[in-house]
Ligand binder design. Structure first.
Ligand code: PXL
Length: 270
């Protein structure tokens, strides 16, 4: 028996049957950081490397019950949200976060899968923006998610990223990390970190791969794991970006479509 309680993280997210994104990506990422992973499942997707074939959601009451079960007994050092599916589920999760004082909280504002399948209904976006963002320690939108949350048109350059990030930051989260992986910059994949209103660019080389499924989940889970271990939010974003770069570089060729990133499975399997 180990003598000390490990850090504990909670993921509130969807299941990807293909194992690449959502809950399984989060748990593998927590484990790779030496952080115990706990789960509140929000939705189940029938999914593979070609896309999402079917989705069902769990009831808001069962999602709240899962969160309360973990928080009341095991304790939560940091939590993250992923696929939240409907306005009712976003409201339920925000209420649980408030009532149980879950903090620090990473919000990955998942809108669609990499294949463009909707993972959050259109009417849930405003609820996420108004109820969940103010509770977030860190929010990790990609370009589309940042534009949607800021209420601006498509983001095509660094100036657009900065404008959207500052607008999202004004909604209450302490730190905004806009990921620039989809930016049309030939050489780089810059992310923009806004910490207490101050922007910093995190530069990185572009990794040429098609197996990048789950990269957003791994990034937000890595940040959550570092927060559970006590790191401060801006440093956790820098560490999370480095972690997901390695996971993308180690992408796994599975299936006929877009394979998953590797959050540490290969290292664990030798
Ligand atoms: O990467 C976003 C995401 C989150 N959660 C689930 C997903 C995906 C992308 O496909 O399937 C369950």
């Amino acid at each position: 028996m180990r003598g000390t309680r490990p850090p504990v993280a909670l993921t509130i997210a969807g299941v990807d049957s293909g194992g690449g994104a959502g809950v399984s990506a989060d748990l593998a990422t927590f484990a790779a950081h030496g952080v115990w992973g706990t789960v509140a499942v929000v939705a189940v997707t029938a999914q593979n490397t070609l896309g999402v074939q079917a989705t069902e959601t769990l009831s808001p009451a069962l999602v709240r019950a899962q969160i309360a079960s973990v928080a009341s007994d095991i304790g939560v050092d940091a939590a993250k949200t992923g696929m939240l599916a409907t306005p009712e589920l976003v409201t339920a999760v925000a209420a649980a976060v408030r009532e149980l004082s879950l903090s620090p909280l990473v919000v990955d504002p998942v809108l669609t899968s990499g294949h463009g399948d909707a993972l959050l209904s259109a009417d849930a976006l405003a609820v996420l923006r108004d109820e969940l963002l103010p509770l977030a320690t860190v929010v990790t939108p990609n370009l589309d998610e940042a534009a949607a949350l800021a209420g601006v048109g498509p983001i095509t350059n660094r100036a657009g990223m900065e404008e959207a990030a500052l607008t999202v930051a004004a909604r209450g989260p302490q730190v905004v990390l806009v990921t620039g992986g989809h930016l049309k910059e030939p050489a780089g994949s810059p992310d923009l970190l806004v910490d207490d209103g101050k922007p910093t660019w995190l530069e990185a080389p572009r990794i040429d791969t098609r197996h990048a499924h789950g990269s957003g989940c791994v990034l937000s889970a890595a940040i959550c794991a570092e927060l559970a271990r006590g790191m401060d939010p801006a440093d956790a974003c820098v560490a999370g970006k480095r972690f997901v770069e390695r996971a993308i570089a180690a992408g796994i060729p599975l299936g006929a479509g877009v394979g998953p990133v590797d959050p540490g499975w290969e290292r664990a399997s030798g």
